[in-house]
Design a protein around this ligand. Structure first.
Ligand code: AMP
Ligand code: GLY
Length: 433
């Protein structure tokens, strides 16, 4: 079978790495790929958003299955386009991908199906937003945090957790007055701020059956101790001591399954990966967001923990045979640490030579997934904000953390930065037990 993976980050490298181990697969292509993916797949420089070019490529190369990593092509309708031409592809249709593409769509869906989430208000104009804030703060201290979310995709920057009324007003003004995120900010969701531990619960579904993947915890902020601006994610680990099997089951029954049912009731089954970002609060679990795809860097720990072949699960999600695919997990732990370019998530330089990769090529304790790399004169160089993800494997979380950092100590590029505290919350949790 020939498989095309669409994307070029660490998530797609982990997918390609696992697909390459499947006896069902004879050849893997990736568009656009990166320097690490190029060792396992034939890479083509087609943008993830150029859907007609991707479809033409898939047709010409007789691709049997296409797997899409990121939300942009999914919300643009890559699944509809491929399926319309009779090609098999893993992922939700554009209509279903609105669960990530529109916060208002997701919040209304949760409200209508009793899916636990933060209380919220919609605003279609700056005046309406200010009126909601005034009403909210009329009964509370002005120092109460509140969350302002642009309705559409804003490259991960559309959410402001405002610490008080003034910050909330500024965020509203930036989104709706200054239109800092363009059209994405023409409608906003204002929502109550939740407190607790965040976790990512991701499942694969064929629209009816659902298989939950192991839970993970991401580290979104750039700085140690969860400080500084938000990023795409600086590290992740699994298993998560704060997420018991009961919490996973509750997330499946109260969040993921009702969401899939809600979308099926709209007339189009949701297929592919569905990601619930949850907060474990004192009042139980609440949904922070849905994503219509796998997480990055969550995938870089989920995939190495999957013992079964990934390909039957991918195929099963496309033709309602998910229930027949075997699912087994390794009973060890995985931690991934992201090495980023200095300056990220602000301005950073690219084209820096990456040294030391060959030392980890045959490692049993860690796997290096490339996020933002490219080949220049045959050598890997940096080409993005997040550059490498080093996933450590170990029999305990502590061992997996140690192996990730030992792996990282072999690598170097000018300006390389990584957080030194990935998974420390898990280690603290375990020492409290
Ligand atoms: P989202 O894009 O909706 O996932 O939001 C990005 C990040 O903002 C989340 O991962 C949370 O850390 C934070 N966040 C979003 N909504 C809330 C909320 N209601 N309460 C507290 N933090 C939130
Ligand atoms: N790591 C968060 C995400 O993929 O959305």
């Amino acid at each position: 079978m020939k498989i095309l993976v669409v994307g070029g980050g660490g998530r797609e490298h982990a997918l390609v790495w696992k697909i390459a181990q499947s006896p069902l697969v004879s050849k893997i292509y990736c568009a656009p790929g990166n320097a690490g993916i190029a060792e396992l797949a034939e890479c083509f420089p087609i943008s993830v958003s150029d859907i007609p070019a991707l479809a033409k490529f898939a047709e010409e190369n007789a691709i049997d299955l296409t797997v899409v990593g990121s939300e942009a092509p999914l919300t643009l309708g890559i699944v509809d386009y491929f399926e319309g031409r009779g090609m098999r592809i893993v992922g939700p249709s554009a209509s279903c991908a609105r669960i990530e593409g529109s916060k208002i769509f997701a919040k209304r869906l949760m409200q209508n199906y009793g899916i636990p989430t933060a209380e919220f208000w919609e605003a279609q104009s700056l005046q309406e937003g200010i009126a909601h804030l005034n009403a909210y703060y009329s009964t509370r201290s002005h120092a109460t945090p509140i969350v302002i979310k642009a309705d559409g995709l804003a490259a991960g920057k559309g959410v402001t957790v405002a610490q008080n009324r003034d910050e909330a007003l500024l965020a509203l003004q930036t989104m709706m007055g200054d239109m800092a995120f363009g059209e994405a900010g023409s409608r906003v969701v204002i929502e109550e701020c939740l407190f607790g531990e965040e976790a990512s619960i991701i499942a694969i579904t064929d629209g009816y059956d659902l298989v939950p993947l192991v839970p993970t915890q991401d580290h979104k902020r750039i700085g140690e101790g969860d400080t500084g601006p938000n990023t795409g994610g600086m590290g992740a680990y699994s298993p998560v001591p704060a997420v018991s099997q009961e919490i996973v089951e509750e997330a499946v029954e109260r969040i993921l399954r009702p969401a899939i049912q809600a979308i099926a009731d709209l007339g189009i089954p949701y297929r592919g990966f569905l990601y619930a970002g949850i907060m474990i609060t004192e009042d139980g679990i609440k949904t922070i967001e849905f994503n219509c795809r796998l997480g990055d860097p969550e995938t870089q720990v989920i995939i190495p923990l999957l013992k079964s072949d990934l390909v039957p699960l991918l195929l099963g999600s496309t033709d309602c045979t998910l229930g027949q695919a075997p699912v087994e997990w390794h009973d060890y732990a995985a931690t991934t640490v992201v090495a980023s370019s200095g300056g990220y998530p602000g301005k950073f330089q690219m084209g820096k030579e990456i040294k030391g990769l060959e030392k980890l090529r045959d490692s049993k304790e860690c796997v290096v997934f490339h996020s933002g790399t490219t080949l220049q004169d045959g050598k890997p160089v940096t080409s993005g904000g997040r550059v490498l993800c080093v996933t450590g494997i170990g029999s305990t979380i502590m061992d997996s953390v140690a192996n990730a950092y030992i792996g990282l100590s072999n690598l170097d590029f000018e300006g390389m930065y990584y957080r030194k505290d990935i998974a420390t919350r898990a280690l603290r949790h375990l020492s409290d037990e």
